[in-house]
Design a protein around this ligand. Structure first.
Ligand code: PEP
Length: 248
């Protein structure tokens, strides 16, 4: 089965010229990686130019965030329809860095619904801030899933990608272990089957947090995930090439 790689560039790079260079490195590596499905999530201001120039099939585009309202007086925001019009196929929702800026569970729910209405694939990020050893992180993640997905009918669940990203492993020195991820993959699937029925077995689960070319393959195979959401390593041309090759 194909693995998914979501390249979350965050607020990088600083010029369109550099963005084109980074995209080019990603595109070249993607050409020889048939079994990796790559989604590039550039800053919104670079999205249209990159997507319009790309004529291949291996890479699709995602926005890093979009507003849940259709239009109107929301200075600095972009709407789901604008993202769709810029040729994105997906949108990241509930990323830890957006939640840290105040995004609530209720807003993730509204954004998921707004994305679905525009036929954009939600890449729904969940993950706890810390682990105490007593297992509360499972309940924390379960609540994020419940809140965000409560309006989704079982038949639509397969259109959503869940990106589990423990906040403590994002931008860190080490990723979570594949064994810990395996346990979380089972937990997420079980929770969703409990809330949405057997259709939830189809949902795709990604891991995110301090992944690069050295640990990506092991995480996919042993963590039982369908792919990865990657920040830092996706913004370095040499590292993103090595990462894609390691998954191919
Ligand atoms: C992220 O921000 O979603 C992320 C996974 O970042 P990094 O790969 O840099 O830890």
């Amino acid at each position: 089965m194909k693995s998914i790689l979501v390249a979350n560039w965050k607020m990088n790079p600083q010029t369109m010229r550099e963005a084109k260079g980074l995209f080019d490195a990603t595109r070249k590596a993607a050409e020889s990686a048939k079994d990796v499905s790559i989604m590039v999530a550039p800053p919104a201001i670079f999205l249209r130019e990159l997507s319009q120039a790309y004529k291949g099939k291996r890479i699709s585009f995602a926005a890093q965030n979009a507003h849940f309202q259709k239009e109107g007086a929301y200075t600095g925001e972009v709407s789901m329809s604008q993202v769709k019009d810029a040729k994105a196929a997906a949108v990241i929702i509930g990323h830890a860095e957006r939640r840290a800026m105040g995004e609530t569970n209720e807003e993730t729910r509204a954004k998921i619904n707004a994305a679905m209405a525009q036929k954009l694939q939600p890449i729904f990020c969940v993950g706890e801030h810390e682990r105490s050893g007593a297992g509360e992180h499972f309940l924390f993640v379960k609540e994020q899933l419940r809140a965000g997905l409560q309006d989704i009918v079982p038949a639509n669940l397969g259109k959503i990608v869940i990106a589990y990203e423990p906040v403590w492993a994002i931008g860190a020195t080490e990723a979570m272990t594949p064994r810990q991820m395996h346990e979380m993959t089972i937990f997420i699937r079980k929770s969703l089957v409990g809330s949405h029925g057997d259709k939830a077995m189809k949902i795709k689960i990604l891991y995110g947090g301090s992944i690069d070319e050295t640990n990506a393959r092991e995480m996919v195979l042993e963590g039982e995930v369908q792919g990865l959401l990657v920040g830092r390593a996706s913004t370095n041309p040499a590292k993103v090439s090595a990462l894609i090759k390691s998954l191919a």
